[in-house]
Design a protein around this ligand. Structure first.
Ligand SMILES: *Cc1c(COP(=O)(O)O)cnc(C)c1O
Length: 423
């Protein structure tokens, strides 16, 4: 027992020091690019690894073998804060006054938050029209970012922001920025730390622009090189069926990192065909609705280091998995649930065995995209069809339906007796 209250306070006494407080900067030894006195933190990376037997059972795993890494618990509600603290720190060291990104929503929410909290830079964010989830757009607007809504999709916004930042000398924080990936490596460090530095068998991560998967591979490669771990986990990157460039190239066409000489003509031909046929990414999981992942090459390298696999899952599988995650008490947005849907798929295929140790990354918070959640649980067929039916989703097997009841005490009590549990 502590003999004085001051002893409790000791635990907090260093909270102003990012190197004690931040879930990114406490691993500063592994992020040496950042000057110690310049590290920017808004409290990112205070995230937890939970054993989840509900999601584990759903995926077909044995009890105690599936873990969820809740990156939605970051200050802006997604894993992007891990990378933003690092990129933002670098931007500060080079004296940037403005920082920009193209975003499906979470990168812009994160950048806008860092800018408004620290007042070090102005945020300029580029979003495509119509696709951005409301939770994410509301953050950028609320935090006061200059928000440019382009008539086009994410890939269009990405192309424009690269041109314009170059021309105007604005610091670019998209995950083409290598410092973002440095910060995102710490997600794996915290996973390992939570497992008492025992390497899990699998890391499963949704794949969009492929920054996370690239960063994870790099983290494990470096830890192994440094002799801090003796084994690298396998990685599974999960695409949405409607946005499966990585899957097509890696699993269908057999494109590999190949010691730095990947089959680039195959990649170019794939992208040209996408343009020629007008094929565009389409999925409820807007955070991974991406045609041309900017970190494709780095991800191929990470897949080699981790003996990785790639799968794609449908919007139906994503939403069912999302409902199972939500029922465990700490929900996620649709893109995140692709990891759990991917675990289920890989267990069913026999690639993952039910007693292996699996960590699924939940990349974004449940409240980012409430429209998708409510539409899944609704009793209103029209609402279901508008949001989900148009994407080929046919059923909501795990819906928790609201009970409609008259404004009458006896009727309400009857409904509670009928539908409530006896817990
Ligand atoms: C950005 C994002 C992704 C995709 O991550 P990449 O690093 O681009 O592959 C997945 N889920 C959520 C919630 C995101 O915000």
């Amino acid at each position: 027992m502590p003999s004085k209250l001051a002893e409790f306070e000791k635990h907090w006494a260093q909270r102003d020091d990012p190197h004690s407080f931040s879930g990114v900067w406490r691993f500063h030894d592994l992020l040496p690019f950042a000057p110690r006195d310049k590290c920017v933190t808004v409290g990112e990376g205070q995230t937890l690894l939970h054993q989840s037997d509900g999601a584990g059972k759903y995926a077909g795993m044995k009890l105690g073998r599936l873990f969820l890494q809740y990156e939605g618990m970051n200050p802006s509600g997604s894993f992007k804060d891990n990378g933003m603290s690092a990129a933002f720190t670098h931007a500060r060291t080079v004296g940037a006054r403005r920082a920009a990104c193209a975003s499906t929503g979470n990168t812009s929410a994160s950048l806008a938050l860092y800018c408004s909290v620290t007042r070090l830079m102005q945020a300029v964010i580029f979003v495509g029209s119509g696709k951005i989830a409301f939770g994410k757009l509301s953050q950028a607007l609320d935090y006061g970012a200059l928000t440019v809504q382009i008539a086009g999709d994410f890939d269009d916004a990405m192309a424009r922001v690269q041109e314009i930042t170059k021309e105007l000398g604005i610091y670019l924080v998209n995950s083409v920025n290598p410092f973002r990936l440095e910060g995102q490596k710490t997600i794996m460090l915290r996973v390992l730390e939570a497992l008492r530095w025992e390497t899990p068998d699998w890391i499963i991560v949704p794949g969009g622009n492929l920054g996370n998967s690239s960063a994870f591979g790099k983290a494990f490669f470096e830890l192994k090189e440094l002799g801090l771990i003796d084994r690298i986990p396998r990685m599974a990157v999960i695409n949405a069926t409607g946005a499966r460039t990585l899957y097509d190239l890696y699993e269908e066409q057999g494109v590999r990192w190949n010691e730095g000489k990947p089959n680039l003509p195959a990649v170019d031909a794939y992208c040209q065909d996408m343009d020629a046929t007008g094929r565009r990414a389409s999925t409820i999981a807007s955070a991974i609705e991406i045609n041309r992942p900017v970190n494709l090459m780095k991800c191929l390298r990470a897949l080699q280091w981790t003996n990785g696999v790639v799968r794609h899952v449908s919007d139906q599988e994503i939403l069912d998995a999302k409902a199972q995650v939500g029922a465990g008490g700490m929900g996620c947005e649709p893109a995140s649930a692709a990891s759990v849907a991917g675990a289920k798929r890989l267990v069913a295929e026999g690639v993952i065995s039910p007693d292996e140790r699996v960590v699924c990354i939940l990349t974004g918070h449940q409240l980012k995209d409430p429209k998708a959640t409510v539409a899944y649980h609704t009793t209103d067929q029209q609402q279901f069809n508008e949001v989900l039916g148009s994407r080929g989703v046919r059923r909501a097997a795990y819906a928790n339906r609201a009970v409609a009841v008259a404004n009458d005490k006896d009727e309400i009590i009857k409904a509670i007796r009928l539908y409530g549990s006896n817990m």
